[in-house]
Design a protein around this ligand. Structure first.
Ligand code: ADP
Length: 465
């Protein structure tokens, strides 16, 4: 075993379920999956540790989180190796090393964002202050697309605010979840951060546990609704970061060459397996062919293959389920007469869940590939002649996580009309730990990051005299 394999070796069980590399099918480790019965014990540990953790000063908790970020940096290559092998993403590019570095950045941000007591009133009528108290034990349920960084987004702010955490990683990327938690725990006191493994039934048991005061959930809209129902008995607080079907609207004043790379990475980051990736692109008739050609040129140049190969920038899909979704939507588009500019012809005999980089042009707005979230490397490009129509189409779905407008004059008027939690101009999907991130409509509620994200994992308390 080389050095970068050490962490994978450390979190892998001796027996249990085989975990396979989605690029090759090779067994990379094992997981002994937990059951709903394991939840109570983990929550018990977290509940016992919580008063002591909350009794530390804010500065002490921040110092522990800063040491946790140092630990992430010390193990960055090992973390990247685990997530590349298990999730499939490439070591290079916007892949595994990028994810590991992001974990450290977000943990540091959670530990360095000021949240002072706010004096609301201080006059002859009295004095009122707003404090933020811990909630207690936070349940953190994470998905398989960015398994480490999303865990960091949920865990670090919760800990900062004096909560303890029980995290359930996705059953598809358990080793990645165990790896980031193991590294964070090198710097945290015992019992403060706990992990339960398993599938949806374990997540459900976590949400239903009476001692969970808050659930941070990132996953599908369908499962998000189940979390709402399951949490009702406890009236637990929720932050739900659910799926999206982000639209991008190109305006006629752009230079197609200048925006092509931004469009490509907006759509194909992590092979499209990103909540706020560009999933539907609306392009005006006047420059439609030029935009499609410019996108095709850059798409053709990006190498896809096994994540460990340093030359690759895109890997396989993470699992068969997602491969089937992408394949179904592209086949449906083809059957309805859409034009395949590139891709759309998977090699089903090859190992791994590879789906080729796919651009689909001349597709109707009512196509399933446009209306449903593909979560993979297949971008539909819809032609429009009337900007009002494009805005209506962009807003015409039940979800609204991100959106983008591509325009030389960078005007914000169209952006402000899009029903999404974030609208980017001339980029798509860029996030920043200082800037709140969350969804509109059925993409969920609550925000993560920044001071708003800290407030979301605490209870506001007014002290008035
Ligand atoms: P995906 O399609 O990305 O797998 P899910 O929303 O099903 O999306 O999964 C996100 C996370 O939610 C995973 O950790 C998964 O195990 C968990 N999960 C699945 N079903 C439930 C449930 N009923 N209650 C709580 N968590 C669940």
């Amino acid at each position: 075993m080389g050095e970068r394999e050490a962490l994978l070796e450390r979190v892998s069980a001796d027996g249990g379920t085989e975990i396979k590399d989605p690029a090759t099918g090779e067994v990379i480790g094992h997981v002994e999956f937990g059951t709903p019965d394991d939840v109570a014990a983990a929550v018990e540990v977290a509940a016992k540790a919580q008063p002591g953790w909350a009794a530390l000063s804010d500065a002490e908790r921040c110092a522990a989180l800063m040491r946790a970020a140092d630990a992430i940096e010390a193990h960055a290559e090992e973390l990247a190796y685990v997530v590349s092998r298990e999730q499939g993403k490439t070591m290079n590019g916007l892949g595994a090393r990028y994810e590991a570095a992001g974990c450290a950045a977000w943990v540091r941000a959670a530990a360095s964002t000021p949240l002072p007591v706010e004096v609301l009133v201080d006059d002859e009528s009295g004095h009122s202050e707003l404090h933020y108290r811990p909630i207690g034990v936070v349940g953190a349920i994470t998905p398989w697309n960015w398994p480490m960084i999303i865990a960091s987004w949920q865990i670090a702010p919760a800990l900062r605010m004096g909560n303890t955490v029980v995290n359930k990683p996705s059953e598809y990327t358990t080793l990645s979840g165990l790896a980031i938690a193991a590294v964070l725990n090198e710097a945290l006191p015992p019992g403060v951060l706990n992990v339960v493994t398993g599938a949806g039934d374990v997540g459900d048991a976590l949400v239903r546990d009476r001692r969970i005061g808050k659930v941070m959930f990132t996953g599908s809209v369908k499962t998000g609704k189940k979390v709402v129902e399951a949490s009702a008995g406890n009236l637990s607080r929720l932050t739900l970061e659910l799926g999206g079907n982000d639209a991008g609207i190109v305006l006629p004043d752009v230079d197609p060459q200048a925006i092509a790379e931004g469009l490509f990475w907006g759509a194909f980051i992590n092979n499209g397996q990103t909540c706020a990736a560009l999933k539907r692109l609306y392009v005006p008739d006047a420059i439609y062919d030029q935009v499609v050609d410019a996108l095709a040129d850059i798409t053709a140049k990006i190498p896809m293959g096994v994540g460990l190969d340093e030359n690759n920038a895109l890997g396989p899909l993470q699992n068969q389920m997602q491969w089937n979704v992408v394949n179904r939507l592209v086949e449906d588009a083809k059957a309805h007469g859409a034009r395949v500019v590139m891709g759309g012809d998977p090699d089903t005999g090859a190992p791994g869940y590879f789906y080729p980089k796919t651009l689909i042009a001349d597709i109707g707005n009512d196509a399933a590939l446009v209306q449903e979230e593909q979560f993979g490397p297949a971008l539909p490009i819809i032609r429009y002649t009337d900007l009002e129509q494009a805005v209506e189409w962009a807003n015409g779905v039940d979800v609204g996580l991100g959106a983008s407008v591509w325009s030389a004059d960078q005007d914000m008027t169209i952006a402000a009309r899009l029903e999404a939690g974030t609208v980017w101009i001339n980029k798509h999907g860029g996030i920043d730990p200082r800037v709140p991130f969350g969804g509109a409509k059925q993409s969920g509620y609550g925000v993560e990051f920044g001071v708003e994200g800290l407030k979301a994992v605490s209870v506001p308390q007014v002290i008035s005299r």
